[in-house]
Design a protein around this ligand. Structure first.
Ligand SMILES: Cc1cc2nc3c(=O)[nH]c(=O)nc-3n(C[C@H](O)[C@H](O)[C@H](O)COP(=O)(O)OP(=O)(O)OC[C@H]3O[C@@H](n4cnc5c(N)ncnc54)[C@H](O)[C@@H]3O)c2cc1C
Length: 203
């Protein structure tokens, strides 16, 4: 029995676990991969474009613009930069306020893991979450046992790059709990064609 169980050890899950741990909650993170933050490691071409100096709510497409406003008001880019600096991570501005590590994205991942460790967060890898249910508490079934928690955080990410662990579990849980689901579509990364398809579709 935990206070909080976080599904997924990506950027969102680690950040949330670290904050919950700092608030004195007993936190467990469950990750299906054998290691955390695989997508962080490939972000920004391996250097992690970890924030933008000028990020503001007007830069986000959203059906809920108030979310971007309140999230960025509560945690502006300056807060993440302060965290990066407190870990001695060297960085530079590439262009238009984009901040990248001088070294590698691994430093950002290590920073999040160090913060989780300092906050007493427990991480378990190689744990595939199979299903979730709720009675008085949340019950999380994994391929190697069951855990329960008062609060559940679903941070299993989007669908891009399944080779890195992406799954549709978050969407399934949303449907299960009666949340409206927005239709998914490709984003962020280029939509690539095989050569013969490109010939056909080019025009
Ligand atoms: C090529 C590329 C480059 C990018 N570059 C940048 C960049 O420079 N800067 C930037 O800000 N963003 C960048 N992004 C976007 C950024 O990487 C993502 O937005 C971010 O990593 C998403 O974090 P997340 O925690 O929401 O999801 P994820 O990182 O996908 O984490 C979700 C985790 O949940 C786990 N999981 C899924 N299903 C289950 C299950 N059933 N049981 C247990 N665990 C499960 C997955 O294994 C995964 O580890 C890039 C993305 C790509 C693809």
């Amino acid at each position: 029995m935990y206070d909080v169980v976080v599904l997924g050890a990506g950027a969102a899950g680690l950040m949330c676990a670290m904050e919950a741990g700092r608030r004195g909650r007993r936190v467990l993170v469950l990750e299906r991969n054998d290691q955390p933050g695989k997508k962080i490691l490939i972000s920004g071409g391996g250097r992690c474009n970890f924030t933008n100096l000028y990020a503001g709510p007007e830069h986000y497409y959203s059906e809920n613009p108030d979310f971007c406003r309140s999230a960025l008001a509560a945690y502006p880019p300056a807060s993440f930069i302060a965290l990066v600096e407190s870990h001695g991570i060297a960085y530079h501005e590439k262009k238009l306020g984009q901040l990248f590590c001088d070294g590698s994205a691994r430093e950002v991942l290590d920073m999040l893991l160090d913060e989780c460790s300092a906050a007493g967060v427990e991480l378990r890898f190689g744990r595939q979450v199979l299903e979730v249910s709720k009675d008085d508490s949340f019950r999380v079934v994994t391929d190697s046992g069951v855990v329960e928690a008062e609060s559940l955080v679903v941070a299993t990410g989007g669908l891009s790059i399944p080779q890195l662990g992406a799954s549709g579990l978050g969407y399934e849980i949303a449907v299960q709990f009666g949340l409206r689901r927005v239709r998914t579509r490709p984003g962020l990364v280029p939509f690539t064609f095989l050569k013969q398809d490109l010939e056909f579709f080019r025009s």
